[in-house]
Ligand binder design. Sequence first.
Ligand SMILES: NC(=O)c1ccc[n+]([C@@H]2O[C@H](COP(=O)([O-])OP(=O)(O)OC[C@H]3O[C@@H](n4cnc5c(N)ncnc54)[C@H](O)[C@@H]3O)[C@@H](O)[C@H]2O)c1
Ligand SMILES: O=C(O)C[C@H](O)C(=O)O
Ligand SMILES: [Mg+2]
Length: 613
Amino acid sequence: MWRSAARRSAQIRRLLSSSAPPAGAGAAVPGPCIVHKRGNDILHDPWYNKDTAFPMTERDRLGLRGLLPPRVMSFEQQYERFINSFRSLENNTRGAPDSIVALAKWRILNRLHDRNETLYYRVLIDNIKDFAPIIYTPTVGLVCENYSGLFRRPRGMYFSAKDKGEMMSMIYNWPAEKVDMIVVTDGSRILGLGDLGVQGIGIPIGKLDVYVAAAGINPQKVLPIMLDVGTNNEKLLEDKLYLGLRQPRLEGEEYLAVVDEFMEAVHARWPKAVVQFEDFQMKWAFETLQRYRNRFCMFNDDVQGTAGVALAGLLGAVRAQGRPLQDFPNQKIVVVGAGSAGIGVLSMAKQSMLRMPGIHRTGEGHNQFWVLDKDGLITKTRKGLDPAVARFARGYGPDEVPDLHEGASLVEVVKKVKPHVLLGLSGVGGIFNEEVLKAMKESDSPRPAVFAMSNPTTKAECTPDDVFKHVGENAIFASGSPFSNISLGNGKTGYANQANNMYLFPGIGLGALLSGARHISDGMLQAAAECLASYITDDEIRKGILFPSVSSIRHITAQVGAAVVRAAVAEDLAEGCCDVGPRELGSMSESETVDYVARKMWYPIYSPLVSDK
Ligand SMILES: NC(=O)c1ccc[n+]([C@@H]2O[C@H](COP(=O)([O-])OP(=O)(O)OC[C@H]3O[C@@H](n4cnc5c(N)ncnc54)[C@H](O)[C@@H]3O)[C@@H](O)[C@H]2O)c1
Ligand SMILES: O=C(O)C[C@H](O)C(=O)O
Ligand SMILES: [Mg+2]
């Protein structure tokens, strides 16, 4: 299972140290692009607009002469001007409340996105570590909460319960002929912020920005979608500005009929598009995944993407203790939150433990997990347990930790179990309080690991400061939203890893797309997780670094995408993409597949424009 890790790491290092153009910059001199517009219509189309960078020849050709100031600026000058404006905004808002600053930064980026996509994605790619917290978690959460007030112009598509029977024709209203990647939400569980109804559209937009930046999906071929089936959020229903349907959420068959119709419409127009389900409440996350995963090329990021990222982190925690990976099934793991993400993580971790060779295990009965939800420790005596959760309930037989009981509190569980890992996917900010973290100090691991994976930042179960202070300097920390590293004194650093599904979903989507997989199998997802897990070197792991820097996300995604393509080929699920068929994919070596995936990535460069009008 882990054989190719060293080879992969070597390949990754080669890729990272190359001074060649970034992964995906293959087409450095872009071919001409045909536009079906002229004049102002081009200036108002962010896909084609170059603002003041239109050369005179193009201004003549496209009917732009006189519509722009006479000076022609270069792309580099435009880039510098934007970055300077951004830096001035940072200076001018210093000392203002965090939410004001965050929204101001989001606005300036959003305005560029509205105006000039090439420049927008270039600044995003080059500055992904700085800008991801604005277009993605945590600021995207604030944007969703305030979406109706912030709304200026639409982005993506909106299908509502009122559109029943019309979706097959509506899908043709989308102006792009080809769509490769769709992210859809029903707004029912936006990060840890609950039901935000139509305002949840910010999440698919943010995720697709990451797709463009990390996976090099052409922004003309992405489509964010909101399925508005109502909201149960009373505050929004009473808000005069609320832009969604003012009715309670559809339930049962009525709900599924809307999602079915939407999926059929998408498939009819773009049969090869990959559909990512995002931020659906647990019952619909699982139901839709089971319903569609063998019929369409789709996955649920919160269940499956998160699982792979957490698994990579859990394996890193084993390595950090100086133990072999085969020791993973002996790790004691407390998981707080038994929702779509928590259960996704538990299922994948368990699957992975059961595949590990050479250890005594008891099949399905092998349970190294203690799972808590809002009612405390989950045991088999709990009434009305969802079957997906019941698999992880504690039985309390003779081999159990004594003195634990149904509903036991988190601090009780941590004190008695002394887990190697404490992992939070609860959506409850600060729940890993001082008492809990001090109890983690008594962990049976020499490197106790605390994963506070809930988003946005306000919902993180704890901060890195809390962990390094209360658990100790040998602790390992990861969070869903970004935090800064901590200085521990004596030149030592406490690393604040970011354990976010952004490390995997772009590669899963890209790999599925380029393989032309009929559907996304467990094997493809496992390959993605293994690839991420093997990305980090032993030296980094020893320091407490479990995940690579977000700055290398394009390189990571090329690796993950290639791993997914190879798994699809191995399972005979690949049908190929464009002019590269399954046989050709199958004949590529591991490094050729990485090169192929990297070459397929779109990179923002102004193309010469030719109008056909
Ligand atoms: N880091 C990542 O990549 C990532 C990925 C997916 C989800 N998340 C985050 O995980 C959180 C949960 O997402 P989800 O989809 O599983 O939500 P969910 O609503 O399906 O599940 C939440 C779970 O937390 C439990 N819970 C609530 N209050 C609790 C408490 N006081 N103590 C213990 N458990 C409690 C609930 O009972 C439920 O089991 C969200 O904040 C989300 O942003 C992070
Ligand atoms: O959106 C994120 O940052 C991660 C995850 O998908 C979540 O729902 O929290
Ligand atoms: Mg999500």
